[in-house]
Design a protein around this ligand. Sequence first.
Ligand SMILES: [Zn+2]
Length: 221
Amino acid sequence: MLTVNHDGISVESDLAGGRPACPACEGVLRLWGWARERLIRHGAWADRSLVRHRPRRGRCSGCAATHVLLGIGLAARRADSAVVLAAAIEAKAVGGAGHRVIAAWLGRPVSTVRGWLRAFAASAGAIAEEFTALAHRDGADAAGLWPAPAPAPSGRALAAVTAYAGVLAARFSVATMAWQSAGLAVAGPFFFSAGRLQGRGQHGLALMPGSRDGKGGKSAG
Ligand SMILES: [Zn+2]
């Protein structure tokens, strides 16, 4: 499974350009039909909606493996959009809210929200390390993008991904990039799954709006 741009046209143009590469062998992916449909919950309470997503599937021209190409707004094995997951994690890491309060705020089951927060907390150390390194590697002026230091691991992880989102926004000439988009673009669809970050990054960054100029090179990890 790979994270790709969420509009179908750019998925096709990305693949035509050989990006992203096969995660198994770094071979070139070609479009290969469709993956199963997913029903994803977006928004909170009055704005909540259930949206059908049917991701494309890619097949590697090297090893013939097929891979689900998940749009950047979605996370693997989550029935809620990345925006919703990110809102819950921010509420915990920045606002200090507990999972019950967040569940009530978002209109989601308590156990579901607790699962998101635990998964992110379990990966927080690895996320902070990875994205701090990326921000220093790729950011000419990363210090200027750095949010205030946070004491808890989840806060440090959030700060590091936010800093790297700033680096990517500058690189792709977009005004802002949501931190969850940077996380998914770099680490792949399992960014919000516990213990799935290290060694699981994508070969080839999911390209961003306005990024079809070939600057989406290989990412570390
Ligand atoms: Zn392959």
